[in-house]
Design a protein. Structure first.
Length: 153
């Protein structure tokens, strides 16, 4: 192979990659907008604290799906809702959460140094990555203790 053949091969591979990824990225953006609008409409009438906004589900150590995925997430006064771009959904009533913590590692996984928002339950933990990490941590910490039912003496 001479130099011009290598250049043509590399150019062909790059063109194929562009043709492949542009429709995928366009679909992801369109689907994210659809899910954001749908979740905002669904939550009309609830007191929304944060979101809906794009987020990444990073798995769970309890009975929830372990498969990670992109989606949209919202926090209301009563629950944390995550809707996957591919269709599934998670709802975590705040009354079932025992705490919230953050860490750059979650389930033996590191995601570019970005901190995870980790919701703690009695049976395990659920991890998310959001853009406004500090806002989510503050809002969840404020509500998790208040949402837990108090035991009768």
């Amino acid at each position: 192979m001479n130099a011009s053949s290598i250049v043509l091969l590399v150019a062909g591979i790059l063109a194929l990659q562009v043709l492949l990824w542009i429709p995928i990225i366009a679909w992801l953006r369109r689907r994210t907008r659809q899910r954001l609008d749908a979740l905002a409409g669904e939550l009309t009438g609830e007191a929304i604290v944060l979101g809906p906004q794009a987020a990444v589900y990073r798995g769970s150590s309890c009975g929830l799906p372990r498969v990670k995925g992109n989606g949209v997430m919202a926090l209301t006064e009563a629950r944390l809702v995550f809707v996957f771009l591919t269709g599934g959904r998670l709802e975590l009533p705040l009354s079932t959460l025992t705490g919230v913590r953050d860490d750059v590692w979650f389930l033996r996984s590191y995601h570019g140094g970005r901190p995870h928002v980790i919701a703690q339950r009695e049976d395990g933990e659920v991890g998310f990555i959001v853009t406004a990490h500090d806002d989510w941590m503050h809002a969840l910490r404020e509500r998790v203790g208040a949402a837990r039912p108090t035991s009768a003496p």
